[in-house]
Design a protein around this ligand. Structure first.
Ligand SMILES: N[C@@H](CCC(=O)N[C@@H](CS)C(=O)NCC(=O)O)C(=O)O
Length: 205
């Protein structure tokens, strides 16, 4: 498999999942400004939407949208337990979490990364993010991970977006259980390896 990524972007989530699962994969860096892959190829020919992540599967198909990718990957190795079985209520609850992260957190951060966004609008999005972190804190005070006692693909995604908080002066310590969750996920060997690989790819730019 091939994961198209940009260092530190939301593609870190499927990158972490690939490493958690121990699946073989190649990383292909994408320049989001030029839409070129590291070897000079046209990324839009792979994903016409122009954003990361995209996954080329072993049978040559391309899948986009982070929440779809992480579920596809988890289903390649169900015994690892990163997603409950398809069709179970627990699977729908995982999708509930993934959708919440995507629409309520990821996309609010996306607005902050937009240089054209007026400061007053950014403040509104920061307020929304703080509201969402306030909703997550009691959940993570009750359980170590988003769906319960075990790490799932939703945790890889939540960790990935939480990493952006510092850039916008949002101090996670304001939500102690969320901050402990972040540290817990950050310490996982697969997460350390993914972050180190992306840091190295960034420096190589
Ligand atoms: N709906 C997409 C959004 C992906 C997304 O926002 N990717 C960002 C990086 S985190 C990106 O590539 N932005 C560059 C662009 O949109 O041109 C998903 O969930 O995978």
């Amino acid at each position: 498999m091939k994961l198209y990524f940009a260092p530190g972007a939301c593609s870190l989530s499927p990158h972490i999942v690939l490493r958690e699962l121990g699946l073989p994969f190649d990383l292909v860096k994408v320049d989001l400004a030029t839409k070129k892959t590291a070897d000079g190829g046209d990324y839009k020919a792979i994903n016409p939407k122009g954003y990361v992540p995209a996954l080329r599967t072993d049978d040559g198909q391309v899948l986009t949208e982070g929440p779809a990718l992480v579920q596809y990957l988890a289903d390649r190795k169900p015994e690892a337990g990163l997603a409950p079985a398809n069709g179970t209520f627990a699977r729908y609850q995982l999708q509930e979490r993934l959708n919440y992260i995507s629409t309520e957190i990821h996309k609010s951060f996306g607005a902050l990364f937009n240089p054209a966004m007026p400061e007053a609008a950014k403040e509104i999005f920061i307020g929304k993010l703080k509201q969402r972190f306030g909703e997550l804190d009691p959940v993570l005070a009750r359980q170590d991970f988003l769906t319960g006692a075990h790490f799932s693909v939703a945790d890889a995604y939540l960790y990935t977006v939480l990493r952006w908080s510092g850039r916008f002066n949002i101090d996670l310590n304001s939500w102690p259980a969320l901050a402990r969750f972040f540290a817990r996920v950050d310490a996982r060997p697969a997460v350390r390896a993914a972050v180190a690989a992306e840091d190295a790819a960034k420096k190589a730019a």
